[in-house]
Design a protein around this ligand. Structure first.
Ligand SMILES: Cc1cc2nc3c(=O)[nH]c(=O)nc-3n(C[C@H](O)[C@H](O)[C@H](O)COP(=O)(O)OP(=O)(O)OC[C@H]3O[C@@H](n4cnc5c(N)ncnc54)[C@H](O)[C@@H]3O)c2cc1C
Length: 396
């Protein structure tokens, strides 16, 4: 067992940190936006940032070179993800979905033409996908999805509704799961499509999230005609492709890396802030809470490192990835809760108030901390996966 990074990996980390210190736009730092806070201005900054990373070949660092990547190792990818999260870059969730889930699936199951059409553009930051999986009646039970794709000559005609579709209002394409055979067991009749978001018949309706921002949507498909060549992989095998795509999900290291930054800010705040003539940092309850969060961040980091190590050895991390996601979700919630307890009533003030500690970051972290335990598979579903695949318990 060797927990050290190699000299080359350490050198890469230094290069990344220098780049981020130099290049993160000042305006982005002023805005202090988190992952679910999105406006026209922040979107423009994110887009420009992705293009900058794309030009450097860092957006799809570990992809093969023929698809626009740098063929760097998954460990280097982890280092880049970790530092970007710690430094709070403008990289958005759409990048995680496009680069981390959708494109690797196209790489694996798509035709040569599909690979040529989408991958180099995505690696340059020129296009993004939204993910059309969830429906009003199909979230955890995703295989129950009802959106239909029916063959008609050289097109599929799509009808149905998706929900919680993050960045659908910005995306160039939708990575869509639709039912192509309603007469077979539900897992066996699903296919995957790339749908141009400008196709007639698509209506995107905003959903405003708990932070007051428009980051996800309802998307309606009314007789949307999609060329047959936009089917990705085999017809009716979409469920299995979708499952493979979830295994591409990166280590999730952005959670402990971002949490480490927040913890450091809270520690600084406790050292600087006096209460009843004493710095908060002397309060035994606060000290213990901060220490507990520090231990949890370290545990989460090591789970994420293990997942990356497994992936780098070609081992599929399925229940381990669920452990990582579950732990991350609960860590973010506990950290935000600790922050709210330390800041007291001031902690509820948002940016813009001169009395808002840490520019309102903790209040927003508290509100957004609930989302990670839902999006991408809820904590209960992660527990079910760990029980079945990790502990080999029978299906509940
Ligand atoms: C911030 C955010 C962004 C999202 N972005 C996208 C996106 O871009 N694209 C997309 O397609 N979807 C997206 N989603 C949707 C997300 O994937 C679903 O919300 C999630 O899968 C849960 O589905 P549901 O909301 O239908 O809840 P349900 O599946 O109805 O679950 C309701 C409750 O029941 C519990 N439950 C359900 N089944 C079981 C079971 N078998 N055992 C124990 N408990 C169970 C759940 O844990 C949950 O607590 C996003 C969600 C959020 C919060």
């Amino acid at each position: 067992m060797d927990f050290r990074f190699s000299a080359e990996e350490e050198a890469f980390r230094r290069e990344v940190c220098e780049f981020l210190d130099r290049e993160i736009p000042e305006r982005w730092r002023e805005l202090g936006y988190g992952i679910w806070e999105e406006t026209d201005e922040s979107w423009a900054i994110t887009k420009a940032w992705n293009r900058k990373l794309g030009e450097k070949g860092w957006l799809a660092l570990s992809w093969p070179k023929e698809h626009g990547g740098q063929a760097r190792s998954l460990i280097e990818q982890l280092i880049l993800d970790e530092e970007m999260a710690y430094h709070g870059t403008p990289t958005g969730i759409e990048t995680v979905m496009t680069i981390g889930w959708v494109c690797p699936t196209i790489m694996m199951f798509g035709t040569e033409e599909q690979k040529r059409d989408y991958l180099p553009k995505a690696a340059k930051g020129d296009i993004v996908f939204c993910v059309g999986y969830s429906e009003p009646g199909a979230g955890s039970d995703l295989a129950g999805l009802q959106t239909r794709a029916v063959e008609d000559g050289d097109v599929y005609v799509i009808n149905g509704q998706k929900i919680f579709t993050t960045v659908a209002h910005r995306a160039d394409y939708c990575w869509l799961a639709a039912r192509t055979d309603p007469d077979v067991p539900k897992h066996k009749g699903i296919s995957m499509f790339v749908v141009d978001m400008k196709t007639p018949g698509i209506t995107v309706r905003p959903l405003i999230n708990m932070l007051g921002f428009h980051s996800f949507n309802e998307v309606f498909f009314d007789d949307v005609r999609v060329p047959k060549e936009n089917l990705v992989g085999e017809k009716n095998r979409g469920w299995y492709q979708l499952a493979v795509a979830l295994d591409f999900e990166r280590s999730g290291v952005w959670v402990p890396a971002g949490a480490k930054r927040t913890l450091e800010e809270l520690v600084e705040y406790c050292k600087e802030t006096q209460c009843n003539g004493e710095p908060l940092a002397r309060d035994p309850v606060i000290r213990h809470k901060l220490s507990e969060r520090a231990v949890e961040i370290e545990v989460n980091r090591l789970i994420c490192y293990r997942i990356t190590w497994m992936q780098s050895k070609g081992i599929i991390a399925n229940y381990e990835a669920s452990m990582g996601k579950l732990f991350s979700s609960e860590l973010l919630y506990r950290l935000a809760n600790t922050g709210m307890q330390i800041l007291g009533l001031h902690g509820q003030l948002d940016r813009g108030s001169k009395w808002a500690p840490l520019r309102g970051k903790i209040a927003r972290a508290y509100l957004s901390s609930h989302s990670i335990g839902i999006g991408g598979g809820t904590s209960e579903i992660q527990r079910n996966i760990i029980a079945m695949r990790g502990l080999e318990l029978p299906r509940g």
